[in-house]
Design a protein around this ligand. Structure first.
Ligand SMILES: Cc1cc2nc3c(=O)[nH]c(=O)nc-3n(C[C@H](O)[C@H](O)[C@H](O)COP(=O)(O)OP(=O)(O)OC[C@H]3O[C@@H](n4cnc5c(N)ncnc54)[C@H](O)[C@@H]3O)c2cc1C
Length: 417
């Protein structure tokens, strides 16, 4: 058993963990360590070889590995220590218990940042009837097999779920010579970003079937076809309208689950909606020495948001470790009409701008977004169009954040559906 002391320890060397660690270092934390279970930094970005990263953060369009590489270089230059091939197992008060080839390593920290990302929902989560043939993959697994290991996953493909990974894989498979027969989405609207529908489905002539789902998988050794059916307003399949599509591969792109097993070991309060920790604007959980950021906090659309949010987590973790993060009265931040969730869920009333990230509950046009407290409206923004697939950000200016009273509520009102 080995014991190490540090100011700030970060779990996960994805874009969230690296941004948090760099920010912690820049904000005065002397010894910052990142724990990563894989043998390389970069997290999920290693397999995202398409462009589309960094437009907001770096002002240029990068591939996932290029975006990650910029942070890896910066982290090395800043003097961050990496412990690769090391898995964080448990949090016991202010000790992170890890394991690697040397055995158990106990890391005693001043503050901890959770940045473990998320994993994909699987067929087991969905309970689709049918046999268990080969040819069924989660979209991210297929992406790894193709982009990292150079395998071909199938020739004729149906994709269940219109999230970003599913749409990006529809394009990737088409570029690789496969025929993507349809992207099937149970909801009446797109789950991912509108730009991904344009670039990954429309440009390749791939049909998007909204309000449809897969009700059966046919095939014994290998997938031979899937049966799909439209769904009613309660998302129940209308079986008399079911049809069969022949294919050898079914990709599941049906959502992501923040990896919070470690968070639970510390008994941190979690949100039932985001499935991530409940935090204030510092990304500080109800255990004041534990911070959370990136996809483990809430599933993000753009890595640029992840980097910004994670810088806050790292900065305030460093201040906490140095005893410089003063506590202040906190107000609850809640989703109101038309909003699915807001992160953070709490706001300390201090003299500083507060960024709120949120998703709307349904798509709409001519949308008015508002943030109110018990005294009235604090912030308003009008948008031509909003969709649940896109994360919105509104900022409460410092003077209003400091004097806010009661409860903070975020609302979205659409003039047109
Ligand atoms: C397929 C796909 C396509 C995407 N396309 C785009 C795009 O075009 N543009 C864009 O801006 N964004 C895109 N994104 C979103 C973006 O990639 C993510 O928001 C971002 O990578 C999340 O970063 P993260 O650091 O929170 O998580 P991750 O990148 O998942 O990193 C988490 C890290 O934590 C490590 N870890 C987990 N648990 C432990 C443990 N117990 N001990 C040690 N290490 C652990 C993991 O190994 C991993 O390295 C895409 C995402 C996916 C999945």
């Amino acid at each position: 058993m080995k014991d190490i002391k540090c100011c700030v320890v970060v779990v996960g060397a994805g874009p969230a963990g690296m941004a948090a660690a760099i920010s912690a270092k820049k904000n005065g934390a002397e010894k910052v360590i990142i724990i990563e279970r894989e043998n390389r930094t970069g997290g999920i970005l290693k397999q995202c070889i398409h462009a589309g990263f960094g437009l907001q953060y770096f002002g240029e369009e990068l591939t996932g590995p290029e975006y990650a590489e910029k942070f890896s270089v910066l982290a090395n230059e800043t003097g961050i220590e990496f412990m690769l091939n090391t898995t964080a197992l448990e949090i016991k008060d202010k000790t992170l218990v890890c394991v690697n080839t040397e055995g158990i390593v106990n890391i005693h920290f001043g503050a901890l940042v959770l940045a473990m990302g998320c994993r994909e929902r699987t067929r087991a989560n969905l309970v689709i009837p049918g046999s268990r043939p080969a040819g069924i993959y989660s979209a991210g697994t297929a992406q790894k097999l193709i982009n990292i290991f150079g395998h071909k996953v199938g020739k004729e493909v149906v994709i269940l779920g219109s999230g970003d990974i599913g749409m990006i894989m529809a394009r990737r498979l088409s570029l690789g010579g496969a025929k993507v027969k349809a992207v099937v989405e149970i909801m009446p609207y797109l789950a991912g970003l509108v730009r991904n529908k344009a670039q990954c489905l429309d440009d390749f002539g791939i049909p998007l079937m909204l309000s449809h789902t897969v009700v059966d998988i046919i095939g014994v050794d290998r997938v031979e076809a899937v049966t799909i059916a439209p769904v009613d307003e309660n998302r129940q399949p209308i079986m008399e309208k079911a049809e069969t599509i022949s294919c050898d591969t079914l990709l599941l792109s049906v959502g992501l689950i923040p990896e919070n097993e470690l968070t639970r070991s510390a008994d941190v309060a979690l949100s039932g909606i985001t499935k991530g920790a409940i935090v204030n604007q510092y990304k500080q959980t109800d255990k004041p020495y534990i911070f959370a950021c990136g996809n483990v906090l809430h599933v993000n659309d753009l890595v640029d948001h992840v980097s910004h949010e994670s810088e806050d987590a790292g900065k305030y973790a460093a201040l906490y470790a140095a005893g410089k993060l003063e506590s202040a009265d906190e107000l609850a931040v809640e989703p109101g009409d038309g909003v699915r969730y807001v992160c953070p869920q709490k706001m300390a009333c201090v003299d500083d701008n507060v960024d709120l990230y949120f998703r709307t509950a349904a798509p709409g046009r001519n949308t008015t977004l508002t943030i109110s407290d018990d005294s009235g409206v604090l912030v308003t923004k009008k948008l031509i169009r909003t969709t649940p697939g896109t994360i919105e950000k509104l900022t409460i200016p410092a003077d209003k954040a400091k004097n806010a009273i009661g409860k903070i509520v975020v609302k979205a009102e659409h003039k047109e559906a």
